[in-house]
Write a protein that binds this ligand. Structure first.
Ligand SMILES: [Zn+2]
Length: 323
């Protein structure tokens, strides 16, 4: 409104008509910039997780509006789309999600939406041989065969970033060179982050390199950075855990003399607290080594609210508590 007022200093009634005409014109025809069909000429991109939003944001910078459905502390395995999410998705020009059944309760909506607009799983297009298969599954099983937590191996996440960039360049060729340059710069940052994590984790003495968390999110992290990982709950937080899981975990922690276990920002801490209490009863003192960001990043505007910041915060916590 303000924008139009400045450009067309007209009486109020004409202004309303002018506004309507302006809006009709921008929605029905290509806008003057010619790249996309939103009022501001910017692509409207919606992502499921914050990690994907951050990757998209690094590539598009100010050329698109990017929104994530799942904020800090939100568990993607359990997440159901709200009415507001559905509105955002239906107004979006492009949608990115993780795939590999991470967004288990949104899969149907996303698949339906893919018939109407560009909807991409960032894991699609990556060589399946790089994915970990779930216990008891083989690669030939189906999309439910793979571990979805691909962002925990920074070098694997870099491949998702490349996929995102490819789709953005195709959708918005006018800005393709800009996206390619931003992608290259971001991939460089990720490459040095990957090396940094490797070095940091290697600094933990081998026998203490055991990472125990609330759920099985860290298997890619374990593979990439040579640290053994165990989650109390399974790959998806949908799967219930029983008393036996807790007693097994107490046994493992006590026998290996593990110093610390880690709760996660997107998973309730109670079950792991029961494990800690169980260990203490057996005379093995174990502490909660802090909160890790597993399936969601930190709050917007904090260092942990970015992918790189989230990885660094996790590694810092792990090294401090286990070393
Ligand atoms: Zn998870």
């Amino acid at each position: 409104m303000k924008f139009i007022k400045n450009r067309y200093p007209l009486p109020e009634s004409i202004l309303v008509i002018a506004t309507c005409l302006y809006l009709i014109a921008t929605f029905t025809a290509c806008n003057p910039k010619g790249n996309n069909n939103t009022a501001e000429g910017k692509l409207k991109i919606v992502t499921t997780t914050g990690m994907i939003k951050d990757a998209v944001q690094n590539i598009v910078q100010d050329k698109a509006d990017v929104a994530a459905l799942m904020g800090a502390g939100v568990d993607p395995h359990l997440y159901k789309a709200s009415q507001n999410d559905l509105n955002l998705l239906s107004n979006a020009d492009m949608v990115f999600y993780n795939g590999l059944f991470l967004e288990g309760k949104m899969e149907d909506i996303l698949e339906k939406l893919a018939r109407q607009k560009p909807v991409f799983a960032v894991s699609a297009g990556i060589d399946n041989a790089l994915f970990l298969t779930l216990t008891g599954k083989t690669a030939t099983d189906d999309k439910h065969a793979y571990d979805p937590h691909i962002w925990f191996d920074v070098s694997l996440w870099a491949k998702a970033v490349t996929q995102i960039s490819k789709h953005l360049q195709e959708k918005d060729p006018e800005n393709a060179a800009f996206y390619r340059a931003n992608e290259a710069a971001y991939l460089q940052q990720l490459a040095s982050l990957h090396e940094e994590v490797k070095q940091q984790i290697a600094g933990i003495p081998k026998e203490q390199r055991l990472l125990i968390t609330s759920h099985d999110a860290f298997n890619y992290f374990g593979r990439a950075y040579n640290i053994e990982v165990k989650g109390l709950q399974g790959i998806s937080t949908v799967i219930e855990f029983g008393l036996k899981d807790i007693t097994d975990m107490v046994e493992l922690i006590s026998s290996r003399k593990v110093k610390a276990v880690f709760v996660e920002s997107s998973v309730p801490a109670k079950p792991l607290e029961a494990v800690v209490a169980g260990c203490n009863e057996r005379g093995h003192r174990v502490s909660i080594g802090g909160t890790l960001f597993s399936d969601a990043m930190g709050q917007d505007g904090t260092p942990e609210g970015t992918y790189i910041g989230m990885v660094k915060a996790n590694v810092h916590n792990i090294v401090q508590a286990l070393k």
